[in-house]
Every structure is written in C-alpha cells, then in structure tokens.
Write a protein that binds this ligand. Sequence first.
Ligand code: FES
Length: 573
Amino acid sequence: MKPAQRNLRSAEWFEGEGLRAFSHNARMRQLGMNPEEHLGKPVIAILNTWSGINPCHMHLRERAKQVERGVWEAGGYPLEFPVSTLSETYQKPTPMLYRNMLSMETEEILRSYPVDGAVLMGGCDKTTPALLMGAASAGLPTVFVPAGPMLRGNWRGEKLASGTDMWRFWDEKRAGTISSADWAEIQSGLARSPGTCMTMGTASTMTAAAEALGLTLPGASSIPAVDSAHYRMAAASGTRVVEMVREGLTIGDVLSAEAYEDAIRTVLALGGSTNSYIHLIAMAGRSQIPLSLDDFDRLSREVPVLASVQPAGEHLMEDFYYAGGLRGLLSRLRDSLHLERITVTGRTFGEDLEGAEVHDSAVIRPVDDPISVEGGLAVLRGNLAPDGAVIKYVAADPSLWKHTGPAVVFHGYKDLQARINEPSLDVTKDSVIVLAGGGPKGGPGMPEYGMLPIPDKLLKEGVRDMVRVSDARMSGTSYGACVLHVAPEAHVGGPLALVRDGDLVTLDVEARVLRVEISDEEMARRKAAWTAPPPKFERGYGALYYEHITQANEGCDFEFLSRPGVNPEPNAH
Ligand code: FES
C-alpha cells in the first residue's frame, strides 16, 4: 500500500490566497456550497452515461444519487458529469465509431476539472472500454460501477435472450415457422427492465473484464440492474473511491500485465464476446502494456469455458448471478489467476475472492465438466488474414469448424443487403459468404455486420449455420460460424478485398487457419490491380477518426491516444 496522499489535486483550484482560488470558491458559493462544505474534501467526479435514448442506462441517473450518498458519507464531495452516451441500439453507423470519442471526453474531463477521483457509470457495450481507456490515461483513483444486466426476457413462459433470441426468431420468421403475431409478442418480452443485455454479449463480457481487472467492487458486474444490491454497490463504490484518494491508490496501480491476463482468462471462461479482444488490446495500450491476439490465442488453449450463458451456453445473466456470479466463476479459476495483485478495494485479488462459491453448477460448470475444454475463441491467420481474424467457435456448428467452400463475395453492406436474397444467387449451404468493407475504416466504424445473414432460400431448406467471413465485428449476442475482424481490412487493401466469387476459402479452427486457395502470384496480381477507395470522411469527427484509427488487431484506438508522451496537468492557478 502506498502512503496516504497528502495533497488533493483539487486543492490547486481551491486553496491559496490568489485571485484564481478566490474566483473558484466564489463560484462554488454560486453552486450553493459554503467553503467548509467542500474545502479539503476529495472531489469525486461521477461520469454518468445516462441518456434518454439509452434503455440500458435508464436507471443510472437515479443510481448516481446512491454513488453521491456514498461519497458524502465518506467525507468526499461528489460532482456528477453527464458524458456521451453510446447506445448500442440506436447510435449509427455504430457506437464503435464513438468509443474513442467518449474515451477522450473521459480523460479530458478528469484532467481539466478539479477532480481527485472518479466513479465511472456505464455498461452498454462500448461504454465500458471507452470510460476505462480514458480513465487509464487520466490516471486518478477510479472505481467502475457496471450498469448491470437486465432481467430475463419472457415469451409465453419461455426465457428470452435479448439479441440472441431476436436473431433466432428473425430467422424463424423468415423461414415461416412463427407468425407475425408471435413476432409482435416477442418484441414486448425481449427487454423487460433497465440494464444491459442479459446474455454473455459484449456488455456482460466487458463489465466482467472490468471486475477481473480489479476496477469494480467484488461481485459488482453480475448484479442485475434492478436488484437492491445494485443500489448498495453503487453507494459502496462512492465510499470506496474517497478512501482510494486518501490512500493514494490509482487506476494505474491496479492495471498491471497480470490484471490483463486475468481479464482475458475471465473472458474466455465466460465464453465472452469477440469484441472483448479489440477492447482489451485498446485498454492495455492506454496502460502501455503490450497485448496481442497471440496472447488471447495462447490463453484460449488453456482456459475452459465454464459459464453456461447464452449464446455459448443455455442460461442468462440473472441465472448467472443467482449461481454465484463472477466471483463464483473466478473461484473456479483461482489456481490460474494472479491472486497477489491489488484491486480497487485496496486488498489483493485473492482476498477479494475469499468466500466466493458456486451455488448452481449447471450454470457455472466445474473445471472438470466444462462447456468446452478450451476457451471458445480462436485467432486465425493465413493468406486471407495476415494480421489475424477471430472466431467464437463455441457458438458455431462444430461441423463447420473445418470447412472449405466456394466464396460468395459482397463488397459493402449495401451490396450484401441488395443481393443476399436474390433467387438467382449462386449459393449453397457449403458456400462461404464473404463481406469485404466492414472494417474500422471501411465500415466505417467496424459495425456489427459480422453475423452475415443466411440467404432466405437456404433458411427455408433448414440451413441454420454457414461459414461467414468479414472484416466487421459481431454482436456478442450473435452466434454462428462467423469469422470476424479480418486484418488488415479490405478498405486498406487487405486480402479480403481481393477474394472473388468461386475462390475456395478454408477455415480450420483447430489449425487456426483462414486461407483463400489461390497462389501467392495470383494474390500479388490482384493486389497490383486493386485501387484504394475514396476516404469515407472529409471533415468533422469522422475525419479525425478515419485518419487516426488503428486496425482491429491493434485495438482500433487512435494512435495519438495510445502512444506514450507528455500531457501535462493544467495550471489551475
Ligand atoms: Fe445496451 Fe445490449 S443494447 S447492452
């Protein structure tokens, strides 16, 4: 433990006899605060991603009051800051385009205001990595408050999974096996409460990763959004961050290479979202900790999938919580974790896990009876993905783990939408559907197009999975033999841009291979004839994004945010 911090950062704004301090305190009076109510108290910024258009965070405005309560009780001074909301459902073309914007906003708010510590409130997919990336760069004492998953969905007594069952029933509707009336009823049952998607999608994966990193209070990520335990966790998080300020315990003390390795193990044992690869690489980059796809693949061969949560398993996050939650799952991974590292509690990770247990082994499986003996995610390489691609094979039909088939190629999502259901399309269940142009620059923003639709005519024949390859991402709630994140992407001249209809494409999960069966000479000929497409943006934030975004295997951060260098504290006097 570091010695207690003597000086508050906020004192630079409020203390002293100068004109600036006078002015700052005058304006605190304008805010209704007498000096004795805030002077000398740790100022805690509560960064809240609530908005009227984000149903996953609709409870966070109310929950921020609990955080404030905890801060006050510990002798701190809470200040709530509204920050950008990244609503996975509504923000187009994809919130991924704006992840780095929220991370910049987070860092700069913490840097430019009189703030001693931070509580970050979010959970809807990109929100978690965005907040944590910015906070890691800012380097203050920080606690993350996960929004929590929504309650189980329900349709006529059947559990419904947000996202996963929407895709599944959409296919059934297109195949004609459910009616329009059924479909309308399902719409009302998919999302029944505030909170994030209740499958092991990107939201639940990334909030669990935050907990495994040591950035939440123990058990926080599994608590359903509407459970009273969530209120108590929010208040306790406010209390704890004030203590962290006094102890001088910063986010930089928590985020170590060991913490990231444990986070990857956690994601793998959860059968988590492929998006976590991109986000964790970007987050580690902010900590100046090198992390590559090879680290994920190495660990994937060691870590069994233990969480039986959809889409890789059967249950939902509410069941996972009752079964012991993430602490229960981590108790089963204990022997492979770094138990000596510090977390935001000020204790070791091992101490945080004391007393954790599993109450339902059907939901959190024992190590000797896993869902899959290896982590369900694989990194593929080959002449089609020189810098890597990923597949969540545990959520795919095992008969497709090794497959060679003729490519049916689409260039861009509009082309896909226009032609995928043409009756004349030359496609069979053995074809490999390829989408080029869905990557970080080409998408733009690397949208979640990656669960490419199976043509209607094949659905009607009973086909429910096919090999699909793209440089896009896929929702963590999606499933199928979808190869994603192909790097480099087609838009910058990656090999995916050069594949033609009828080329044989090979996927081999065991051998970790993604290949197009053409010669190097033919590949070089096609590359020489390739012309770069025009830029997607010429002005605005999009141009900043387009000019600085890195590829999927590098985390899709802006290179100027991930590089080390001077970024001085502001002069508050
Ligand atoms: Fe917000 Fe899924 S839409 S977590």
